[in-house]
Design a protein around this ligand. Structure first.
Ligand code: HEM
Length: 84
């Protein structure tokens, strides 16, 4: 079993709306596992809506089966739903 996340096959990357992918990139994650604490930094404060849309469209195309084609406006809406 992998101790760390592997984007290949990740369900979030098969969503053409890229909702979960954008949210985790915006707000990161901290979770306890049997192998210790897993952590992903938040990128929401460091990158623009345009940049985050671009990375979401890249990772869904590169690692998922249903590439997203989201815009900066989609990311702006998703920012309202996540912690800063
Ligand atoms: C631009 C860079 C990054 C992108 C685009 C990205 C993207 C993602 C995505 C889409 C997921 C969800 C995967 C799923 O659905 O299973 C995820 C999970 C995760 N990422 Fe990242 N990630 C990035 C950088 C990082 C970094 C730098 C770290 C660690 C230092 C990291 C650690 C993790 C961990 C531990 C998870 C699993 C979180 C959980 O299951 O709660 N990520 N990442």
């Amino acid at each position: 079993m992998l101790d760390y996340a592997n984007l290949v096959g990740a369900r979030a990357l098969n969503d053409p709306a890229a909702t979960n992918a954008v949210q985790i990139v915006l707000s990161g994650s901290t979770r306890d596992s049997a192998h210790g604490s897993l952590y992903m930094p938040k990128f929401g404060l460091a990158y623009s809506d345009t940049e985050i849309a671009a990375v979401a469209n890249y990772i869904t195309a590169r690692f998922g089966s249903s590439p997203s084609n989201i815009t900066a406006a989609n990311v702006r809406d998703l920012r309202k739903e996540v912690s800063k």
